[in-house]
Design a protein around this ligand. Structure first.
Ligand SMILES: C[S@@+](CC[C@H](N)C(=O)[O-])C[C@H]1O[C@@H](n2cnc3c(N)ncnc32)[C@H](O)[C@@H]1O
Ligand code: SF4
Ligand code: SF4
Length: 350
């Protein structure tokens, strides 16, 4: 079965957004206006390594690492790895978050995610975080969620918060597969009910935003139902997102999740990572250049002592950008492991 989409969009090939009517950023440009269109022009130029903005275009704030699921392919489902890379109970509280948003606002930063590897709707006051960013001029505020905690009584306050994009992660089409990949979740039918109810309230209330999507990470365990998943959701939500599997660490236990078509014959000759060109990820007070679980190894600043502006222009960040512009990912140990784990080489049979 071949499913035709009008448009697809990707920043780096790792995450591909498929939309049926028109490319989703064009749609958002029509809803939000010139400011949004200008920001996306800068984003696309940064993606082509033609522009280094004065301040990151995207602030990715991992407020905590709390989740009610333990999906086995995600770091959060692997407590030992969480302990290895994350500090205990080190949350970004509202005061710290305000400082981040205020600095972003000073530089007209357009885009923020008040969330990382966690379940955002477990935070009872998440709307305050969204509203604050919205009030400070952020025009692209986005969240991914697992669909379990966005129940009807929460939907209205989310619809009124100023959120721009909302994505539900499902990673499966069949209930049995869902149970295996979204461990700890209520059944797929309950999650779907939450999604449909949210969409209904959005439509009835005449809300244009947030644009909505569902997401599917390609792993061996679900790969056979990818097309069914796309077909099932393409007319229901604005975007269907397909993600490349990126193992949370370099341990062998994650080998079993790679789908067969993720393997290459030889390591990548070159790879240009775009993340240090448009974002910073803030986690446990560390200011880092990307969303990799182990990005603290590439730390460019500490929120307690450094401004985001200075971290963005630090020697380490400039060197990382230079390296990625040239495609020389293998010159940095962390990037080398990261790229080789996302583009693994087929093992030879003896
Ligand atoms: C880490 S979750 C955080 C937000 C929320 N809890 C959720 O599940 O959407 C964000 C997204 O990353 C995906 N994800 C988790 N582990 C992944 C991995 N190893 N490789 C690629 N994507 C992954 C999830 O399926 C989800 O779509
Ligand atoms: S729900 Fe999201 S954060 Fe939680 S374990 Fe699953 S993928 Fe990870
Ligand atoms: S570790 Fe390096 S290659 Fe991987 S996402 Fe971060 S910057 Fe990009």
């Amino acid at each position: 079965m071949t499913i035709n989409f009008q448009k697809s969009y990707t920043t780096d090939g790792k995450v591909v957004h498929l939309s049926k009517d028109e490319e989703i950023n064009i749609k958002l440009g029509k809803i939000i206006g010139k400011k949004f269109v200008d920001y996306r022009k800068k984003w696309d130029a940064a993606n082509k390594f033609e522009l280094v903005t004065d301040f990151p275009l995207f602030l990715h704030c991992e407020l905590n690492q709390t989740c009610n699921f333990t999906c086995p392919h995600c770091i959060i489902g692997n407590k030992q790895i969480v302990k290895k890379y994350y500090k205990d109970n080190d949350e970004i509280n509202f005061q710290d978050y305000k400082r981040i948003v205020d600095e972003g606002s000073e530089y007209n930063c357009p885009s923020i995610a008040p969330q990382g590897n966690n379940e955002p709707f477990l935070m009872k006051n998440l709307e305050e975080y969204i509203r604050y960013a919205h009030s400070k001029g952020f025009i692209d505020i986005m969240l991914n969620n697992n669909g379990s905690a966005l129940v009807e009584k929460r939907a209205k306050s989310i619809l009124d918060s100023g959120l721009t994009r909302l994505r539900f992660s499902l990673d499966a089409s069949n209930p049995e597969t869902f149970k295996k990949v979204r461990v700890g979740s209520p059944p797929l039918e309950r999650i779907k009910k939450n999604i449909y109810r949210f969409l209904e309230l959005k439509e009835k209330g005449g809300y244009k935003l947030p644009i909505t999507g569902v997401s599917f990470v390609n792993i061996k365990q679900n790969i056979d139902e990818k097309e069914k998943f796309i077909d099932e959701w393409k007319d229901v939500v604005d975007i269907v997102t397909i993600q490349r599997f990126a193992p949370p660490s370099f341990e062998k236990k994650f080998d079993k999740y790679y789908p067969d078509d993720q393997f290459l014959d030889k390591p990548m000759d070159s790879f240009n990572c775009v993340q240090p060109f448009h974002r910073v990820v803030i986690r446990n007070n560390d200011i880092t250049p990307c969303c990799a679980v182990y990005s603290s190894k590439l730390k460019i600043g500490d929120l307690r002592f450094n401004s985001i502006y200075n971290a963005w222009h630090s020697k380490e960040m400039n060197e990382l950008r230079d390296m990625h512009k040239k495609g020389e990912y293998y010159k940095n140990d962390t990037c080398k492991k990261c790229v080789n784990s996302m583009y693994p080489v087929k093992k030879k049979k003896n």
